[in-house]
Structures are given as C-alpha cells and as structure tokens.
Design a protein around this ligand. Sequence first.
Ligand code: FE2
Length: 216
Amino acid sequence: MHEDFKRRVERLTLLVKEDTESNREEILREMSGFAHKHEALRYFITNSIAKTSNRRLISAQSFFLYRNDYLRMRINAWYPDGGRVGYTKERFDSFFSINRCHNHSADLYTVGIFGPGYTTQFKSTSQNLTNCHVGDEISFDRAWNDQLEVGKALFIPKGTVFHTQFCPSRYSISLNLIVDQSADCLQFELEDDRKTVRRVFDFVGLEQLAANPSDA
Ligand SMILES: [Fe+2]
C-alpha cells in the first residue's frame, strides 16, 4: 500500500476509534486531503487495473480500497448522462445508482477526488423508520442540494438522511469512508416519487422481500 495512503488510513482509524462524533470536523479535513494528494486514485488504479479482483468490486461503480475492524474505504465512479450508450435510462440509473432516493445503514463520509462531481438532493426525516415497510410513505422535514466537487467532503449520517444522486457533467470519482454500521438500522430505497418505500434492506444489504416480516 502507498505510504501516504497508509498514513492517512491509520490517522482516520485512530479518529474513528476515538470518537467519530467529536472528531467529525477532523475526519472531514482528512477526507478532503485525499483529493489533493491523489494517493487514493493511485492505489485504485494500481489495484483495479493491475490486480483486478471481483471480490473488491461491490457494484458497477464501487470498489473497496481498504477495510479494517473500524472502517471501510471505497472509491466510486460517476458517469455523465451523455456517456449512456446502448442502455435504457432505467437500466443505466439502476446500474450506476443514479436517481435512486435512498438512505444508508452506516455513517458515511464522502469526498470528491476527481472531476466536477455528481450532484445530490438530500432530504432528512425525523420519522421513526423501525416499522417502515414497502409501500409506506416517509415524510421529510428538510431538503437541500449539494455538489461533490474536488476536495469537498460531506458527512451523511445513517438512517435519517435520504439522498438522490444525479449524473455529473463529466466523469467523476468520489472516495467514501464508512463507519458505525448498525444492525438495527435499515436501508430504504424509495419510488420515483421519492417518498414511497420501494425496497428495504437489512444492514448487510439483504433485501427484505415481504412487505411485513410476519408475512414471510
Ligand atoms: Fe448513497
């Protein structure tokens, strides 16, 4: 592993181990630092191109760089809408996680490290989601937009913050730090109306197929 990358990951591990909440600003600063040093990009390129491994590829756009007992780091590629050749829009969106309103079951820090960055619409809810099932509606209190340009680091808390990602204007890459995964925190994907639950996943990403667990 590249020395700078290793040093940064060790520093992040220390901060996460200590207390993610009180160290949040420093974690965001460390994440932002990845954008300007390019060690994450170098690591990604040498490991993905030189040593392709399906085990590290978790979806069409995501690749795990590193994991230990406290954190996981992954890199994501974002394609411009104009790059869609030979795909329907629906297939492209589903394949690259575009235009899908969802939350996460783990705290996530993200930083833009290449390109203009995708845009995101965020929405937060104070609703208790523990007993939320397919077909239920979620009500949101607040909505805001952001764009993940190079060096910009954002914190997306698990559970209550939903987001919809939109294609960047040019090819872009982001780097994620994933911490504090909760076994009791569900992940939801919403319908195109961005309020009705379409799919529910448990914390390891297994889809809950029944609308109500007691129907299973
Ligand atoms: Fe997401």
